[in-house]
Ligand binder design. Structure first.
Ligand SMILES: [Zn+2]
Ligand SMILES: [Zn+2]
Length: 264
């Protein structure tokens, strides 16, 4: 075990503060990395404030962060895919049971025994796992991803949660050239949704109550912007990706024939 610096919340009402946390020594299958960047996901805020207490109560101290980009400093003897110096990333989960049918199909994100990157029982050290708001982390090779060296590393970090959350439904529903995609909300996830949908060739319309975001939406690749009420015409067939983090009413989409409702 070794110590790492981190930003940690002591309670639901305290600000994040500098702290020291334990990290396990690498097992033979582990990758230890120096964390270079970590995105700030809205889930981090919910978790720090214990706003999901009914389904996932927060254990304090809480070190959030699951959009991690770093450089490998050490690998265990059985690690085959990474070596010291590699640029790597860690997302929302750091382990699973590897035996259930989800894991066997490569869908570890549905594993009932998954270990989340933070606030999950830590099977090595006890207590709960600590996330990426820290200088170092140790993760099983199976849950480490490679980062191409030509990416902007700070800009790549949000791909680990906001990115995959929007990419996955866009791929699942076959968004491609000529399809229409409505993105509700232009914040972290909406930002990603617009870029992905545009990159796949879709006609992208952003729905937002903030007129000031129109320019940003167009700059990210959107073809248009509409107010929050989804004044979609009947002849507009497409997908709606709902990326809002605040309570809202799913209104107006009934006027359109929607292929799929993509909730991120
Ligand atoms: Zn997240
Ligand atoms: Zn499993």
């Amino acid at each position: 075990m070794y110590n790492a610096k981190a930003y940690s919340a002591a309670s639901a009402t305290s600000p994040l503060a500098s702290a020291t946390i334990p990290r396990r020594d690498s097992t033979e299958r582990d990758v230890q990395l120096e964390i270079l960047f970590c995105g700030i996901c809205h889930s981090d805020l919910h978790q720090v404030r214990n706003e999901w207490r009914d389904v996932m109560p927060t254990v304090y101290p809480c070190v959030p962060g699951h959009e991690i980009v770093g450089r490998v400093t050490r690998v265990g003897s059985a690690v085959t895919r990474y070596k010291a110096g590699d640029l790597v990333a860690v997302g929302c989960m750091v382990d699973s049971d590897r035996t259930c049918h989800h894991c066997r199909e490569g869908l570890e994100q549905f594993c009932p025994n998954m270990t989340l990157t933070y606030n999950s029982p830590d099977k090595y050290l006890g207590g709960v796992t600590y996330g990426g708001y820290s200088e170092s982390i140790v993760v099983d090779e199976h849950f480490v991803l490679r980062v191409p060296s030509n990416l902007d590393l700070a800009g790549a970090a949000p791909l680990l949660c906001a990115g995959i959350t929007t990419y996955s439904p866009i791929r699942h529903w076959g968004v491609s050239n000529g399809k229409k995609v409505g993105v509700v909300g232009l914040g972290g996830l909406g930002h990603m949704g617009v870029k992905f949908a545009h990159a796949f060739g879709a006609h992208v319309v952003v729905f937002t109550t903030s007129p000031g975001k129109k320019e940003a939406a167009l700059g990210l690749g959107a073809d248009g912007q509409r107010p929050a009420v989804l004044d979609v015409h009947r002849d507009h067939r497409g997908f709606v990706e709902d990326d809002t983090s605040t309570p809202h009413i799913d209104q107006g989409v009934g006027g359109a024939e929607i292929y799929g409702h993509i909730s991120a």
